[in-house]
Design a protein around this ligand. Structure first.
Ligand code: URA
Length: 437
């Protein structure tokens, strides 16, 4: 069947066969299916959905589009973490070195910014020289020597996700349960991890706005994991407001470094990071129960070993590791503008979607597939939900490279804040835990 017929079939809500899915994936990778047809099918999947067999078929076809790594010759348990995407989510940059310094091997194939959410790869590439497109040999050497490496999809590893991920980012086709599941689980099947902790974001800043959708996605991914022989635990965490205080690539790297340095951290960011890390330690057999795992993660963070591991990781991937001591080396954009409160009261909401879109307007994300992101721009939140604020006090700072874009973002960021007379409770961060079974 030709690609036009496959698109029409999905448009009409008919289930695709394994062969049809396979020919779509291989055609995308070889380039015989042009972007406009691939995008049309992605949109049809977005609107019509996919059944379990189709989603598993898509995941397997994507995973088999490149090499499937065997890490069994590298000593130690391999455990990874992947998020479905949120605003201000810099957890991987803290967690990967932290968990590796607790004795596990963390093989992490990450993603770039998707729609209004940022991506670990774009963030890490704000470190001068940092390379994410390592060869598989270099990736394995890092895992063997320092226990951690964070790379992108490449020509060798999940090229299908490399292609489809970039298309979805700019065609309004990210928020689809089967496409997210196949994108994430194909990367995890290819990288050779033994087990996986998923962070399923729920709320305004995530792609799943409601808990029932997030549960559906979590159940689907744990089920796919089981079919592929992966042990998966999924945590549902709140994405109502941005995670932590920084949004934007280099600003988020600075915040991640400051957490690893043991400086005062935003409570929500610390909680999500420690919780996900603890589940990784439990899966990797480094603790008998969650309490023990939490103690190990906390003491490792306090010891500074996570920070040293980040320094090693940056150095191994070609980056300037002195940013760990001198985060100002990451550079600042030309303009800084303050957003101030027009009322006195308590912050009741910081709409993560609006903040993510404002950050993209500043240039932190992509509008077209070949657009370069501006890694220095973003937003720093001075206030989060539950905090008191006086009229005229700073709510946020905008970091911009264009005065006009900065002014636009300023208004959007102001509108993202809701100030109330009564004190609001910060959101509960861990909403639920799902396991296969
Ligand atoms: N992360 C991914 O790798 N893929 C998605 O589709 C969403 C988040």
């Amino acid at each position: 069947m030709g690609i036009c017929e496959i698109i029409e079939k999905k448009r009409d809500g008919v289930e695709l066969s394994k062969d049809e899915i396979g020919s779509f994936v291989s055609g995308c990778v070889s380039g015989t299916i042009p972007d406009y047809q691939a995008s049309a099918l992605l949109m049809a999947i977005c609107v019509r959905g996919m059944g379990f067999r189709e989603t598993l078929g898509l995941t397997e076809a994507m995973a088999s589009s490149g090499a499937r790594l065997d890490l069994s010759d590298i000593p130690g348990r391999k455990v990874d973490k992947h998020s479905t995407g949120g605003v201000g989510d810099k957890v991987s940059i803290i967690l990967a070195p932290l968990v590796a310094s607790c004795g596990l091997v963390v093989p992490m194939v990450s993603g770039r910014g998707l729609a209004h959410t940022g991506g670990t790869l774009d963030k890490l590439e704000s470190i001068p020289g940092f390379r994410t497109n390592l060869s598989l040999t270099q990736f394995k050497a890092n895992l063997r020597d320092i226990g951690v490496s964070i790379i992108s999809q490449t020509e060798e590893l999940v090229p299908a996700d490399r292609k489809l991920y970039a298309l979805r980012d700019v065609t309004g086709t990210v928020a689809s349960i089967p496409l997210i599941a196949a994108s994430i689980m194909s990367k995890k099947a290819s990288e050779g991890t033994d087990s996986l902790v998923l962070d399923i974001k729920v709320g305004r800043g995530g792609f799943m706005k409601r808990a029932d959708q997030a549960r559906e996605l979590g159940h689907l991914m744990t089920r796919i994991g089981r079919e592929m022989g992966l042990t998966v635990v999924a945590l549902l965490t709140s994405a109502e407001q941005p995670l932590g205080k920084a949004v934007g690539n280099s600003l988020e790297v600075q915040e991640a470094i400051s957490v690893l340095r043991g400086e005062s951290a935003s409570e929500d960011l610390l909680e999500v990071t420690l919780e996900l890390s603890s589940h990784m330690l439990l899966l990797g057999g480094r603790a008998h129960d969650l309490g023990e795992a939490r103690n190990l993660v906390r003491s490792t963070l306090q010891s500074g070993r996570g920070l040293s591991k980040l320094r090693e990781l940056i150095g191994r991937q070609g980056g300037d590791s002195s940013v760990v001591e001198n985060p100002e080396r990451l550079g600042r954009p030309e303009f800084q503008m303050e957003v101030t409160s027009r009322e006195t009261g308590y912050v009741a909401q910081v709409d993560a979607l609006e903040i993510g879109l404002a950050s993209n307007q500043l240039g932190a994300g992509r509008e077209t597939i070949d657009q370069e992101v501006d890694r220095s721009v973003g937003i720093f939140l001075a206030k989060k939900v539950g905090e008191e604020v006086s009229r005229g006090e700073r709510l946020a700072t905008i970091y911009a490279n264009s005065q006009a874009k900065g002014e636009e973002a300023k208004e959007r960021v102001y509108r993202a804040f809701k100030i109330a007379k009564e004190k609001a409770k910060p959101p509960t961060m861990v909403i639920g835990i799902l396991r296969a079974g």
